[in-house]
Write a new protein. Structure first.
Lengths: 293, 633
């Protein structure tokens, strides 16, 4: 699993048809189809200004220089994009079953590739107890390779602290945008408040909850010492059919609460078991929830 | 109360093991295991207590007891639990099935071709049907020897096959030995002894009848077979050379009436398919009679004796009405005597009809020799071929060097312990003169005086330094004995004392002369293989279990036994008073006992099913179904 590329070429080609979708209109920013009035390295000409030392010589209007004997710099309009923040949970609970963390990284890579193809700015931010150093990429599919390498080298560990992560995120990325959180939303219990902060700051939420089948419906029964992966807390318990039934009921309530949180903030929610093929997760589940289109 | 299939110990060990495994599995299912999970929050429902730890404690005691009780009932079913009944104990029985020669006799009152063996087999099968299926049976075929034909067997099909395959043998019943063997096998089996069952008519030898040696048997049963049949048969046939007539065999046929009334029998004798005579005998019941035939023949051939019972009823046992024996060729020794005084040698040589003596003058000498050449004080130019007896040869031309010539020697003595001096005991025989011979290490010294050997053998040459047929010695008994020994030395086979007889197969005792060296005794079958034998009470004893011809060689004698007659009995065995009789009714008793194991099995399975319904997965799965329905609603 570790030696394989996260996504193969054929799957990437299929992803090129998709677009990350958001609903909200952000102040100061427009969607990809609107033009910004900020100058920059765009395609459309905006104005001229005097040349200053250190400017890029490639932007000098050499025709004007030939006529006027003075160097003017051509200015182009930038195309501002809504930033897409992908927050990937790398806490210990994500790797109780290594397949879940691997699945999460593949899902993050897929969404990043979809964004890159549409020239979106992707902020990939791993987190656990705090926000880790992420990777910002944009400008097309050719930038995907370093991002994929980053994801492949990513490791899990630590316990989740959503509140600290939210505060850190809002400090470092004041610009509003789309926030995609890929997590199992286990570990810390007051995650709702932290995520609510993100929404209240003007971000649009897309919450993707991952779980393994064993996490939702345990297949084992008997006398157990259960150890929580992130906190090492222990619980001595006799697991029988009745206990398992109640466990599943509580898990479903938890998933429903995450969904409610997303919808209440005009966001989107997708609950994906790791037993679901990635194809189905992308092209069925995320499309159904209108996270991508 | 008892268990048919298992002993109490086996049952307790097996059930204890099963119960221990069940308890261990129950507790193992509740052994604490460590498991890492993503979160603990869903295991404890707010407002509800956490599921209780149940480690190593028996929960749902009623369920567990139902499981153990169910398994106990199933184990009892497997062990075939039963109330009461000493009949149902597993026992080891021995069936002694008579397979003696007499068993081929016709069954009185039976259908044509039905034999006593058929009746004994039918009785044995009837007894086998009464044997409980858990009892073990060992089948022994009883004739002269006890032959077990099965192991300790509970499979009635194998026992049935062994009974049906039993056929009459050639020897008489040795009941004591067979019953002793059966009892010994019962003692060694290790299980509880059952019955020793004898199936047959109980015909035994007179020796056994006079001194019965039956073992102590706790349970002895007799399945009697009625054998009151009329039978006359040949007891023995013997043949020997006639002492008075040359080339004549005297054949003695002995017949016996085993029936209950006087019968007339005719006995015919054939030799080489040619009739030799027919004698009629009146045989009183239980008595033997002999009749003598003379057969004139030197050639070898088969002698056959047949007995025909006249009148009605007919003979019920045909196997002893015919006997055959092989007569050997009557050989002669050709002796050529070169002498000028044949009258001196004739009395010694012509006394034996097996000697064909020819007297020739010295002038007619030829070296050819097909038997024995006797040279009386004569030395030819060419030595004779083969065996030669030189009588007082000339001192200067003797075939063995002469040391000296002694006149009127004294103290002539025979060197003992050799065939040439067998029977010679005389001392100081008077001879007029003799040559003293030069001996070598391999020479056989026959007679000697103080000066040295005067008669000795070297290879095929026998030289006497004196003339035993002259002087006063010619009247001594030593001379014909010496001549007889010389003739045997020349051709041992011709002068071997042949006694030919027909007997029955089984244990044979052949008388042994006292003078015979025991090391020279051999017992050979007709194929030449050596038969084991024992020498006891001046008799060679051996056993032949089937019809054959046996030769007993002892020194110069040979006895040929044609064991073609079946070994016969002499007496009817009297059944002990305490013996059980007839076919028992064990199985009927057993059938009357209620068979419990199917009910125990049903009850055990029912308990386990009930436990599963009440406490097992069945109930939980039903709860799940109900829960899903409630969710759907």
């Amino acid at each position: 699993m570790a030696n394989e590329p996260l996504l193969d070429r054929r799957f990437l080609e299929r992803l090129e048809r998709l677009t990350i979708h958001w609903q909200r209109s952000f102040n100061g920013l427009v969607g990809g189809h609107n033009r910004s009035r900020f100058s920059g390295g765009g395609q459309e000409f905006l104005d001229h200004r005097n040349y200053h030392q250190g400017d890029d010589l490639r932007a000098v209007n050499w025709r004007a220089f030939m006529r006027l004997d003075k160097m003017f710099l051509k200015m182009f309009q930038v195309e501002p994009r809504v930033p897409v923040h992908i927050l990937l949970d790398t806490s210990e609970s994500m790797s109780v079953d290594p397949a879940k963390f691997y699945y999460a990284r593949k899902l993050a890579a897929s969404l990043s590739y979809v964004g890159l193809v549409r020239l979106d700015m992707i902020e990939l931010l791993p987190f656990a107890g705090e926000l880790h150093k992420g990777r910002t990429v944009g400008g097309g599919r050719q930038r995907f390779s370093p991002l994929a390498t980053f994801l492949e080298e990513l490791t899990s560990g630590g316990s989740t602290n959503f509140m600290k992560v939210s505060r850190q995120f809002l400090n470092e990325f004041p610009q509003r945008g789309l926030v995609i959180i890929i997590s199992d939303f286990l570990g810390e219990e007051n995650y709702e408040k932290a995520i609510q902060f993100l929404a209240d700051a003007g971000n649009e939420l897309c919450l993707i909850q991952l779980w393994t089948d064993d996490e939702r419906s345990p297949s084992w029964s008997g006398e157990y010492d259960l150890v929580e992966a992130e906190t090492n807390a222990k619980l001595h318990i006799h697991v029988d059919s009745d206990a398992k039934r109640r466990y599943t009921e509580e898990f479903d309530k938890h998933a429903a609460a995450i969904r409610t949180l997303a919808l209440r903030n005009s966001g989107r929610y997708a609950g994906i078991p790791t037993s679901m093929p990635l194809d189905d997760a992308i092209f069925v589940e995320l499309v159904r929830t209108r996270s991508i289109a | 109360m008892e268990l048919l299939n298992l002993t109490l110990g086996q049952f307790l060990i097996t059930f204890g093991g099963v119960a221990a495994v069940a308890v261990a599995l129950y507790l193992l299912d509740r052994t604490k295991k460590r498991h890492v999970v993503s979160t603990l929050r869903f295991w404890v429902t707010p407002g509800q207590p956490a599921p209780v730890s149940r480690n190593r404690r028996i929960q749902q005691k009623v369920s567990f007891l139902m499981q153990l009780l169910g398994m106990l009932l199933l184990m009892l079913a497997i062990a075939e639990f039963q109330f009461g009944g000493g009949f149902s104990k597993r026992r080891d029985h021995v069936l002694v099935l008579d397979s003696s020669a007499w068993m081929s006799a016709a069954l009185p009152g039976g259908a044509k071709g039905t034999t006593l063996m058929d009746a004994a087999r039918a009785n044995a099968l009837g007894w086998l049907r009464a044997v409980p299926p858990t009892d073990r049976v060992l089948v022994v075929r009883a004739d002269g020897l006890a032959t077990p034909v099965t192991a300790w067997e509970v499979d009635h099909r194998k026992i049935l096959r062994a009974i049906l395959e039993t056929t009459p043998g050639s020897t008489a019943l040795n009941l004591s030995q067979n019953l002793e063997f059966a009892r010994d096998m019962q003692r060694r089996s290790g299980a509880e002894s059952g019955e020793i069952v004898y199936s047959g008519p109980g015909r035994i030898s007179a020796r056994e009848a006079t001194s019965p040696n039956l073992p102590e048997m706790p349970a002895f049963r007799v399945l009697n077979v009625d054998d009151a049949v009329e039978n006359c048969g040949i007891r023995s046939v013997g043949a020997r050379h006639s002492e008075s007539k040359q080339g004549v065999w005297e054949v003695l046929v002995r017949a016996r009436n085993y029936g209950r009334r006087t019968r007339t029998v005719s006995i015919t004798l054939n030799y080489g398919h040619a009739p030799q005579g027919n004698h009629t005998l009146d045989l009183p019941p239980g008595e033997d009679k002999e009749t003598l035939f003379e057969v004139n023949s030197r050639a070898a051939g088969i002698l056959e004796a047949r007995l025909y019972l006249q009148g009605s009823p007919g003979d019920g046992f045909a196997a002893d009405n015919y006997a055959s024996l092989e007569l050997p060729e009557q050989r002669t020794l050709h002796v050529v005597v070169y002498t000028d005084q044949p009258a001196a040698l004739k009395p010694a040589l012509e006394s034996d009809p097996r000697v064909r003596a020819e007297y020739r003058p010295k002038s007619a000498y030829t070296p050819d020799n097909d038997g024995l050449v006797v040279l009386d004080r004569f030395r030819p130019e060419t030595a004779p071929k083969g065996k030669a007896f030189w009588i007082d040869p000339p001192s200067d031309r003797s075939p063995i060097t002469v040391k000296e010539r002694v006149e009127h020697p004294e103290g002539l003595r025979w060197v003992p312990d050799q065939p040439l001096t067998q029977g010679l005991r005389a001392r100081n025989s008077q001879i007029e003169s003799t040559s003293v011979l030069q001996t070598q290490s391999d020479d056989i010294r026959v007679a000697e005086i103080d000066q040295g050997a005067v008669m000795m053998a070297r290879g095929d040459t026998l030289v006497a330094g004196f003339n035993p047929f002259a002087g006063s010695m010619r009247y001594e008994l030593s001379v014909p004995i010496l001549v007889g020994n010389i003739l045997r030395w020349a051709s041992l086979d011709t002068f071997r004392d042949i006694d030919v007889g027909t007997q029955s197969a089984g244990a044979v005792s052949s008388p042994l002369p006292t003078t015979v060296d025991r090391k020279s005794v051999k017992v050979l079958t007709e194929t030449g293989t050596i038969l084991p034998f024992n020498i006891r009470d001046r008799a060679v004893q051996f056993f032949a279990g089937e019809p054959t011809r046996v030769r007993v060689l002892s020194g110069t004698a040979e006895r040929v036994y044609s064991l073609t007659l079946p070994e016969m009995w002499d007496a009817k065995w009297t059944t002990p008073k305490d013996a059980r009789r007839g076919i028992p009714a064990w199985n009927d008793t057993l059938r009357r006992n209620q068979i419990l194991w199917p009910w125990l099995a049903i009850l055990g399975i029912g308990l386990l099913v009930a436990e599963w319904v009440l406490y097992g997965s069945y109930r939980l799965s039903r709860l799940h179904v109900v829960a899903r329905r409630e969710e759907a609603a």
